[in-house]
Design a protein around this ligand. Structure first.
Ligand code: ADP
Ligand code: MG
Length: 318
């Protein structure tokens, strides 16, 4: 038993090959919600966080297509919009799943802001591709007109906008939520927090924050959430049942029970790709360094068995 923070990947919300229709997302969330409700039924206190990659990509494209008629909104605002739509989806499906599992709770989505440093090196080196692929001529025009940084993606043969992915420092709403949970709220409420890693803001003065054009890795923020709320377990749900070494090589080996120090060695050997499995492993290790007891990387169908130490990658401190 204990407090569990579960981070849902874009893939726990939308399967590869889906068109991203609302009914597809509902169906996908329904399956994930059933697995989450089973955790609560087993006596765990649950906090949910989630990614927003596909959803923010859709909003960027809609803004772009409509800009002759409606002003384009900045990326921080789009991040907040995705917290609203995904938060609503989690509320809908998880509320129903909790009732089915006979452990009704109020599922409460919280629009969350994450503070980043204005001096973060990422602002000078934007690295995270967002939105669609462009031709070379379009990329040149956008660079000039919008001041966007564009990179060429050789594998897909197109240009993409890249934005900074600064390190999350603090989740603004976290202190307040920690106080509420300490007052036994955990028995009644399932909070949904820091969607898409939280809306990125920089601090301009006491209580004064300004949204920035950036994205935050949701796994890195999930580690901050789990630490701030003093969770026992951080679970990162994605579309693979575990982390592997030699991933997609003939000598591939899926990892089960593993210590943080062993995982650190694999991380330094670059076993986990940047921007996908890498940040998950980093988040797990950072949580364990700040007092967490267990971090799990698995997929939604394996969640229950992974919590019972039967499958998935389970990382322990030490
Ligand atoms: P999410 O939306 O859940 O964050 P990501 O695509 O960011 O999903 O990360 C999951 C992906 O990481 C997997 O689909 C897999 O292709 C990739 N990956 C990279 N390195 C590894 C590894 N060493 N072990 C397992 N998966 C890996
Ligand atoms: Mg990811």
């Amino acid at each position: 038993m204990g407090r569990v923070v579960v981070a849902l990947g874009g893939n726990a919300l939308q399967r590869a090959g889906d068109h991203g229709t609302w009914p597809e997302q509902v169906a996908q969330m329904r399956a994930t919600a059933t697995a989450l409700a089973a955790l609560v039924a087993e006596g765990h206190e649950l906090i949910v966080t989630h990614g927003n990659g596909p959803q923010v990509g859709t909003l960027l494209r809609q803004n772009e297509l409509a800009e002759h008629e409606l002003p384009r909104r900045p990326m921080d605002v789009l991040g907040a919009e995705t917290q609203g739509q995904i938060g609503y989806l989690v509320e809908q499906e998880l509320t129903a799943a909790l009732v089915r599992a006979r452990v009704p709770r109020t599922v409460l989505s919280i629009v969350s802001r994450t503070v980043v440093s204005a001096r973060d090196r990422a602002f000078a080196h934007p690295s995270k591709p967002v939105g669609r692929y462009y031709t070379e001529a379009e990329a040149r025009a956008l660079r000039k007109r919008e001041g966007w940084q564009m990179v060429y993606d050789g594998a897909r043969g197109g240009w993409r906008r890249v934005v900074p992915s600064p390190t999350p420092r603090r989740w603004i709403e976290g202190d307040g939520l920690q106080k509420l949970l300490a007052r036994d709220w955990g028995a009644h409420v399932v909070p949904v927090v820091t969607g898409g890693g939280g809306v990125p803001v920089v601090e301009r003065g006491r209580g004064v924050f300004e949204g920035v054009e950036a994205v935050i890795d949701k796994d890195r923020t999930a580690a901050i959430v789990a630490t701030t709320l003093q969770a026992d377990t951080l679970v990162i749900l994605t579309d693979v049942p575990a982390a592997a070494i030699g991933f997609r090589k003939p000598w591939e080996r899926w990892l089960g029970e593993v210590s943080a120090s062993e995982m650190q060695v694999y991380l330094e050997r670059k076993e986990f790709a940047d921007g996908s499995m890498g940040p998950k492993v980093e988040a797990a290790l950072s949580f364990l360094r700040s007092g967490g007891r267990r971090a799990i990387i698995t997929d939604p169908p394996s969640l229950g068995r992974a919590m019972r130490n039967e499958t998935g990658t389970r990382i322990s401190p030490g």
